[in-house]
Design a binder for this molecule. Structure first.
Ligand code: GUN
Length: 304
């Protein structure tokens, strides 16, 4: 068990907000180059179904980010009464639209719509979320692919902060298709960053804390506020917090506070590096989505 006396490290904050801004500046310069050479600027579309507060914020930020870097953007909003067949028809319209280089369907979807069916209907070359089985399969086998944005954002943070990963033990908590499973695959690959020994933990894992205490790198992506406590982390570990749960807080104007999956106050003093919430992994997801849109527009993965 870690005690207060073991809190010897001075942690470094991994500033995802600043890193995402840097990436957006790099992308904006690329867009300028495309413009001056008379080429089409990338165009991202987003489909938002219903009125989930979190989804509304994410999608609004995605559209704003497009404007920031000089992309075209389209937001298509539908009520949660839309049928699955109607939504699939909208997806097909975007598949066929030559102006749209990439698009996303914001998740979660209402219960009467099968998200897998919708994701599979997106043409892989326009799947800038990197969720289509074709992109996942290509990622797993090491072929060029549009990579899921949050996992590739985590890898990019490790790279830009020059955090050593080769031979390290990375423990991922949470096995979602969006984050936990793909990040565990990427970090195990023979790549730099990568070459980790990865343990993927989930809700049925026995003796979780015993495993997380062995981690050089902890990726918390289970969606339970402040789940990772000080006694679960080895001193000197790198801690990546993917959680963004809205927790009611009457003292805030918004009525909620955003909580990560890590108890920051307890864990930060033990960590060598840690991502804050907000301002850590979240902004990187959007930056990597923009990067995927640029790659889709250029036909980098699937030549046009
Ligand atoms: N919901 C939560 N994260 C994501 C994401 O990265 N993409 C989409 N489409 N929906 C999400």
């Amino acid at each position: 068990m870690n005690t207060a006396s073991e809190q010897t490290t001075t942690y470094q904050l991994i500033d995802g907000k600043k890193t995402a801004e840097d990436i957006k500046i790099e992308i904006a310069a690329e867009v300028e180059k495309l413009k001056t050479s008379g080429q089409k600027v990338p165009h991202l579309a987003a489909i938002l179904v219903g009125h989930d507060g979190g989804s509304e914020t994410y999608v609004r930020n995605k559209v704003l980010a497009c404007e920031r870097v000089g992309y075209g953007s389209t937001l298509l909003r539908y009520e949660d009464t839309i049928t699955e067949a109607e939504l699939l028809a909208k997806v097909e319209e975007l598949n066929q639209d030559p102006e749209i280089d990439g698009f996303i369907v914001q998740l979660p979807l209402p219960r009467h719509i099968d998200p897998e069916k919708v994701i599979e209907a997106i043409r892989p070359e326009k799947d800038v979320d990197g969720f289509h089985p074709m992109n996942i399969g290509r990622m797993v086998t090491g072929l060029p692919a549009l990579l899921p944005a949050t996992p590739s954002g985590i890898v990019e943070l490790l790279k830009r902060y020059q955090i050593k990963t080769s031979g390290k033990h990375c423990v991922v908590i949470g096995r979602s298709n969006i984050v936990g499973t793909p990040v565990s695959i990427l970090l195990a690959k023979n790549l730099e960053p990568g070459n980790c020994t990865v343990t993927l933990c989930h809700s049925r894992t026995a003796n979780l804390a015993e495993i997380t205490r062995q981690a050089d790198i902890v990726v918390a992506a289970l969606g339970r506020p402040e789940f990772v406590t000080g006694d679960m982390v080895k001193p000197g570990a790198v801690v990546i917090d993917v959680g963004t749960t809205r927790v009611e807080d009457a003292s805030r104007k918004s009525g909620f506070v955003l909580k990560g999956d890590v108890n920051f106050a307890e864990v930060a003093p033990l960590a060598s590096y840690i991502t804050p919430v907000p301002g850590g992994v979240g902004p990187m997801t959007i930056a990597m989505l923009l990067l995927n849109t640029l790659r889709a527009a250029k036909g980098e993965v699937y030549p046009k």
